[in-house]
Ligand binder design. Structure first.
Ligand code: AMP
Ligand code: MG
Length: 370
């Protein structure tokens, strides 16, 4: 491990717009306003609210923004119909409603791809990533109902953890059809840790196919780049949010053409029970919210991998998480432990090299090798 001392800037870089704090952990900005490149205006950022979060496209060519926005939203809508945990008529809801009936439910190729990838991450992480986390989310009151008066007891957590047995998911796929069956009533798929990444990949592919060249697509902090923010820029400057201060960054790095970035954070979604905050990322093996980690940011070759890894590595922490990255070439990670009084971060060598500090407040960066 190598120690580097870095500062951070406790406010947004010039040119950022203030964004809803719950929606963003990492977000991108263009510094094309820099005086050295007067002919190039800053990319146009168009943002909107969808799927319970903020989506955006940033386009170097301003005239491309309306079409890019429409294409991206159409891709998000297509997947939302399939994978939404909040819509009663989504394919995901149909699978959950059929749990315990013995009936397999037909799902689309996209659904099967997301679930198959999720299960591969579960297997590889020994259950740290768990697409059947739904019963545990419900036990802690993340199902949209009134807040619980007290935390779930041992018996309730044990029952929820038993229903979160991802190995029991029955996914069959043939070239043209796929089915999913959940064997026990009460089992609930929750693909919230991977679906947005897949949606960003789908939007990115459609945008590329439509001829868009220099653009960044973003769904709730899941980002993927095409080209660069301005000629010669080499990519898109992207900020890592400081989990301990709203609208502040711990540093910036350059996202290259084709790359994706995702962040998981304990401040994004939480419930409050008896005055204590419980964050939304669970350890399915204990049935309890993960503690000790404030945020993880991943750079990956595609957005689904970035999204799945950001959640998995949040649960695993730096040492086990770095070991897992050995089988994910091209992926880099940053961990920010939940220790606001002593800012000590962990990063893979590639992330440490790319992360540029922003200001005067020091943090320690421990470099951890996969
Ligand atoms: P993300 O923000 O991508 O880290 O996803 C977090 C969301 O994924 C949560 O709000 C839950 O819906 C779901 N989730 C929580 N814990 C896990 C877990 N251990 N594995 C997979 N999904 C999870
Ligand atoms: Mg995720």
């Amino acid at each position: 491990m190598k120690n580097l001392s870095c500062p951070f800037l406790p406010r947004l870089a010039r040119g950022f717009r203030s964004l809803p704090s719950t929606a963003y952990l990492a977000f991108a900005c263009c510094l094309a306003l820099a005086a050295c490149r007067p002919p190039h205006a800053a990319p146009l950022r168009v943002q909107w609210f969808t799927m319970g979060t903020v989506a955006a496209v940033q386009c170097a060519d301003h005239s491309a923004a309306p079409q890019a926005r429409d294409l991206a939203q159409a891709a998000f809508d297509d997947l939302d119909r399939e994978l939404s945990a909040w819509k009663n008529d989504s394919a995901l809801a149909a699978v959950n409603d059929a749990a315990g009936t013995g009936q397999p439910v037909s799902v689309s190729p996209a659904f099967a791809t997301v679930l198959r990838t999720a299960l591969a991450f579960s297997k590889e992480s020994d259950g740290a990533f768990n697409p059947l986390i739904g019963p545990i989310m419900c036990a802690w009151g993340f199902n949209g109902a009134d807040p619980r008066p007290s935390p779930p007891g041992e018996a309730e957590l044990k029952a929820a953890a038993a229903l979160a047995d991802w190995r029991a998911i029955d996914l069959t796929s043939a070239p043209t059809s796929a089915t999913v069956r959940l064997p026990t009533a009460g089992m609930r798929l929750d693909l919230g840790a991977i679906a947005k990444g897949y949606a960003v990949d789908l939007a990115w592919q459609r945008l590329k196919a439509a001829g868009h060249t220099n653009l960044l697509v973003d769904l709730g902090g899941n980002l993927r780049a095409i080209g660069e923010a301005a000629p010669g820029r080499g990519g898109w400057r992207t900020g890592v949010r400081n989990p301990f201060a709203e609208n502040a960054l711990v540093g910036m790095f350059l996202m290259r053409d084709g790359e994706a970035v995702a962040t998981s954070g304990n401040y994004e979604r939480f419930v409050e029970i008896e005055g204590v905050r419980y964050a939304h990322i669970m350890d399915g093996r204990t049935g309890r919210p993960v503690t000790g980690m404030a945020g993880t940011t991943i750079i990956a070759p595609d957005a689904m991998t970035a999204d799945a890894l950001s959640t998995t590595l949040f649960v695993l922490g730096p040492e086990k998480g770095a070991a897992m990255l050995r089988s994910h070439p091209g992926c880099e990670a940053l961990w920010i432990p939940d220790t606001p009084d002593s800012l000590t971060f962990f990063a893979t060598p590639g992330f440490a090299e790319r992360l540029k500090p922003l200001g005067p407040l020091a943090y320690t960066l421990n470099v951890i090798r996969p």
